[in-house]
Write a protein of this length. Structure first.
Length: 233
């Protein structure tokens, strides 16, 4: 079953076999977002920082600790990891309650744990590569996150239609996708900026009619585009 859930700016699609696991994800999102909001109230600059932070007021909650770690690894601001970390925490809550099939898509930043093969589409707007997808085998946990200068609300200083990173956690994939997209005018430099980050498995760049990959990625397949599957407000 699938459900779209919105909490303020957070808009997710949650997929699971059981209703209870969808509720587990929603409760985790409520809890961790509330903790993030409290931290930002004490540290308003946190929301706008474009570089890693090492000074702040108070003790950061788990969601903030993960954002700080990911932003430091990818050399971007901590909010670059917010969608991925919310997806991670929601899927973790589902798995902790026994889910073997759990997917949370937070606006193109996806965390998943699956006991079956699934297909994750890569939306590239008007690029010639707009009908491609990853075929993902059963895995205990994976993050697939995308940044773009031409599609969606991502802040990007590059030109990529798609800057996609696959990592052990969506939090890290999200931050690294931002770094990849920022440097997308030079694919060699872009991949070089993230290839040594522990936990990054592979990356894909689409810039207009050019596609480049690095690392170990799920199998790329052709997939028909369904606009209804895009998670957005």
């Amino acid at each position: 079953m699938k459900e779209k859930f919105q909490l303020k700016q957070t808009v997710v699609t949650i997929v699971a076999d059981a209703r209870v696991h969808i509720e587990n994800a929603k409760e985790a999102i409520r809890t961790h977002r509330r903790e993030l909001e409290r931290f930002i109230a004490l540290n308003p600059f946190f929301r706008f920082a474009l570089e890693p932070l090492d000074e702040y007021v108070g003790v950061p909650p788990e969601i903030v600790r993960r954002m700080l770690m990911a932003s430091s690894a990818a050399n971007v601001g901590p909010m670059a990891a917010v969608a991925g970390v919310i997806a991670d925490l929601a899927v973790e809550a589902m798995v902790d309650e026994g889910a073997s099939y759990a997917i949370v898509d937070n606006g193109g930043d996806i965390a998943l744990s699956t006991d079956r093969e699934i297909t994750v589409g890569i939306y590239a707007g008007e690029s010639a590569f707009k009908d491609v997808a990853f075929k993902i085998r059963p895995t205990p946990f994976l993050g697939v996150c995308t940044s773009s200068a031409t599609v969606g609300p991502s802040i990007s200083f590059g030109t990529a239609d798609v800057a996609c990173v696959v990592a052990e956690k969506a939090c890290l994939a999200d931050a690294a996708a931002s770094a990849l997209g920022n440097l997308s005018t030079d694919p060699e430099a872009a991949f070089g900026a993230i290839k040594d980050i522990n936990g990054i498995l592979g990356a894909l760049l689409i810039v207009q009619n050019n596609l480049a990959t690095w690392g170990t990625l799920p199998t790329l397949v052709h997939a028909s585009f369904d606009g209804a599957c895009i998670t957005h407000a």
